[in-house]
Design a protein around this ligand. Structure first.
Ligand SMILES: *[C@@H]1O[C@H](CO)[C@@H](O)[C@H](O)[C@H]1NC(C)=O
Ligand SMILES: *[C@@H]1O[C@H](CO)[C@@H](O)[C@H](O)[C@H]1NC(C)=O
Ligand SMILES: *[C@@H]1O[C@H](CO)[C@@H](O)[C@H](O)[C@H]1NC(C)=O
Ligand SMILES: *[C@@H]1O[C@H](CO)[C@@H](O)[C@H](O)[C@H]1NC(C)=O
Ligand SMILES: *[C@@H]1O[C@H](CO)[C@@H](O)[C@H](O)[C@H]1NC(C)=O
Ligand SMILES: *[C@@H]1O[C@H](CO)[C@@H](O)[C@H](O)[C@H]1NC(C)=O
Ligand SMILES: *[C@@H]1O[C@H](CO)[C@@H](O)[C@H](O)[C@H]1NC(C)=O
Ligand SMILES: *[C@@H]1O[C@H](CO)[C@@H](O)[C@H](O)[C@H]1NC(C)=O
Ligand SMILES: *[C@@H]1O[C@H](CO)[C@@H](O)[C@H](O)[C@H]1NC(C)=O
Length: 410
């Protein structure tokens, strides 16, 4: 995509930016002043497909940091970097369910379940893998710049883990996975031992005897310790689950009593979810614009909604729009310790202030018809930063921002 009618010259932007922030721009960052593209003119090359035509007016080669607001510099810190840490051109091994286990210094994640290059379908399960953050640190230090390729180790999980699509924790020293199920095998919440033999225990696989459609993502509330998860029809839209039989809703589950109940409905396709650090606000992504075999539809939601979490019932109340994304759909979502919101979009990880202002992006994809997007990311603390899952690639951004420390039973 060309945007030559409003090209922002990086050096000029940096000069303007220094004027505003009084700070030097980090080397992999470009500043794009919203005033520089507010008016594009009648003959400009407007984007009409947010999945394959991405916003890159400086034509910078990914990976890089796109800065729209000086608050993003605080998130990045003094000497940030963003680099590819693993890749496999023929396998979307890095899709969702990222979980950082600090004790072993490993990040766990799942491959694409049913999407392009996922190699999973009605007849074949997807794969959960892990990567060592110590190995990442060593490989990055050994090569001053550019990509490195750190080994990714596939786990052998038992058959009760079918089509892993979301994850969080650790909880009680276990990974918490949600699965979409496969064929007649039910979607579920499963605890998995992060150490060999990676044994697992199913915590929930039905709603009073009815199967869920295909569970998508899960988070543990930071103060009440309940599990919250989304259920949607992507298993059906990816041809590995039957047609949906229940509304697409958000549920809470008490891991001690096994009580399950609905906390929100009214979505097109509820997907990633997260809580503010104090647990009072919930965020739910609606990826309605991405329709599986029905195709993409730009008039449907690509929207993050915010809610107040009722302190007693935990129902999600006072629904409002938090952000509408400009690239693809907001899939997985994470919150940093300052309450900024991160979501995986078509061009990379986008970041908003708690008021919903787009501060900047970790751009990892360029415009391309074959762009698979980025679905999820996770904070790590040793080394500190953000691991970004981009289907056939993984990236590590070394930044100042931190994840929210786990509270309650971990
Ligand atoms: C989208 O943009 C392309 C290239 O500018 C153009 O060929 C196409 O007709 C446009 N589609 C719509 C629906 O406007
Ligand atoms: C990519 O993944 C596939 C499937 O696991 C594997 O067979 C292949 O060896 C991998 N390629 C590389 C270069 O790692
Ligand atoms: C993570 O592990 C490192 C040692 O690998 C330790 O120094 C650090 O305190 C741990 N951080 C947290 C948040 O547990
Ligand atoms: C460092 O880069 C070189 C050249 O691209 C590559 O051959 C090598 O594998 C890289 N080292 C690591 C640790 O990834
Ligand atoms: C998974 O099983 C294969 C085949 O038995 C084995 O080679 C591999 O080491 C196992 N992977 C892990 C992470 O244990
Ligand atoms: C794995 O097996 C060990 C030993 O039996 C058990 O203590 C642990 O609870 C199991 N973990 C899961 C997640 O099932
Ligand atoms: C988590 O650990 C606590 C303390 O050991 C235990 O009481 C509880 O049953 C565990 N929860 C689950 C879901 O296993
Ligand atoms: C897109 O979604 C809108 C709203 O549901 C619907 O009216 C329209 O028919 C859809 N367009 C396509 C091409 O499916
Ligand atoms: C968050 O909710 C708790 C429990 O209702 C309340 O005590 C606290 O004041 C709330 N915090 C904010 C910032 O609203």
């Amino acid at each position: 995509m060309k945007m030559n009618l409003f090209i922002v010259i990086s050096a000029t932007a940096a000069a303007i930016f220094r004027g505003v922030a009084g700070t030097q721009l980090p080397s992999q960052a470009v500043f794009i002043d919203p005033r520089s593209f507010a008016v594009m003119g009648p003959n400009a090359d407007f984007r009409n497909d947010s999945f394959t035509q991405l916003f890159n007016p400086t034509s910078t080669t990914p990976p890089f940091f796109q800065v729209f607001d000086e608050r993003f510099l605080t998130i990045l810190g003094e000497s940030p970097s963003i680099r590819e840490i693993a890749s496999n051109a023929t396998f979307a091994f890095a899709h969702e369910a990222p979980i950082y286990v600090n004790e072993t210094g490993e990040v766990f994640f799942s491959s694409n379940d049913g999407g392009p290059l996922g190699f999973s379908n009605l007849f074949e399960n997807n794969v959960v893998s892990k990567i060592s953050m110590k190995d990442v640190e060593t490989a990055l230090a050994a090569n001053a710049s550019g990509p490195v390729n750190v080994p990714v180790i596939q786990l052998n999980l038992s058959d009760n883990v079918q089509m892993t699509n979301g994850g969080t924790g650790p909880y009680n020293s276990s990974l918490v996975l949600v699965t979409s199920g496969r064929g007649s095998l039910p979607p579920s919440i499963v605890l998995v031992n992060p150490l060999p033999p990676y044994n697992s225990t199913v915590l929930l696989d039905n709603f009073y005897g009815r199967q869920f459609n295909s569970l998508n993502d899960i988070k543990i509330h930071p103060t009440n310790g309940k599990f919250f998860f989304t259920d949607v029809d992507y298993g059906f839209l990816n041809h590995f689950r039957p047609a949906p039989l229940m509304p697409f809703q958000v549920y809470q589950f008490d891991p001690e009593t096994s009580v399950v109940q609905v906390v929100a409905d009214g979505f097109n396709k509820p997907n990633g979810l997260a809580f503010s650090p104090d647990g009072n606000i919930s965020y739910v992504c609606d990826t309605g614009a991405s329709g599986g075999f029905l195709g993409d539809n730009g008039t449907l939601p690509a929207t993050i909604y915010a809610f107040d979490v009722d302190p007693v019932s935990h129902a999600f109340k006072n629904r409002r729009v938090f952000a509408y994304v400009d690239a693809g759909v907001p899939d997985g979502i994470q919150v940093d310790s300052d309450g900024n919101i991160y979501s995986g979009c078509a061009d990379g990880t986008q970041v908003w202030s708690p008021e919903g202002t787009l501060l900047g992006k970790f751009v990892v994809e360029s415009s391309s018809p074959s762009n698979l997007g980025t679905a999820e990311m996770i904070f790590t603390s040793s080394p500190n930063g953000l691991v970004i899952l981009a289907e056939t690639k993984m990236y590590f951004a070394s930044i100042a921002a931190k994840g929210v420390p786990l509270t309650g039973p971990t």
